[in-house]
Ligand binder design. Structure first.
Ligand SMILES: [Fe+2]
Length: 166
């Protein structure tokens, strides 16, 4: 087998941007939480998108939305209600100058981020993936923790993924 050469993708572009934001968080505990949650939600969003029949490129956008969905929350250090809208605006400002995304893709990503806190409401398919990815990461952080595993979105995700084990 020949040498494996990794492809540099848009996820890597966003990783470079995100790492700088996380490294600017002064508290090391919050920094760790940000790494775990933001990258975890990114991967959960990718998995959910693929499970729902989307292709790799769509899953890449879902992953990127997940990676950036809470940057405003970690910056402000509080779960203020407007963090989703602030985060969406910020994501647009961060991603647009890379010139790696079309306007349609930016709109999808930023709409997903803007909507992600409204977990009780049903939005467009992409936004629902971001919400479910957010819920899934909290659940998988420790599947034994009843609070997150009992959330209605996670109950539905277990059903969807055939994981109705408990
Ligand atoms: Fe989150």
């Amino acid at each position: 087998m020949g040498d494996f050469e990794r492809q540099y993708t848009r996820v890597d572009t966003v990783r470079d941007i995100l790492d700088k934001l996380i490294q600017a968080i002064p508290d090391p505990d919050r920094q760790r939480d940000a790494y775990v949650h933001l990258y975890g939600v990114g991967q959960a969003c990718a998995l959910i998108a693929l499970k729902r029949g989307h292709d790799g490129e769509y899953a890449e956008l879902a992953c990127i939305a997940g990676m950036l969905h809470d940057t405003a929350k970690f910056e402000i250090s509080q779960d203020v209600p407007e963090h989703a809208k602030k985060g969406a605006l910020r994501a647009w400002r961060l991603l647009a100058p890379t010139n790696e995304f079309t306007e349609e893709e930016l709109t999808m990503i930023c709409t997903g981020i803007a909507n992600h806190s409204d977990k009780e409401r049903k939005d467009d398919e992409f936004s629902e993936i971001v919400k479910d990815g957010d819920a899934m990461q909290h659940w998988l952080r420790n599947p034994a923790e009843a609070y997150f595993s009992g959330k209605s979105r996670n109950v539905a995700l277990r059903e969807e993924f055939g994981l109705n084990l408990c």
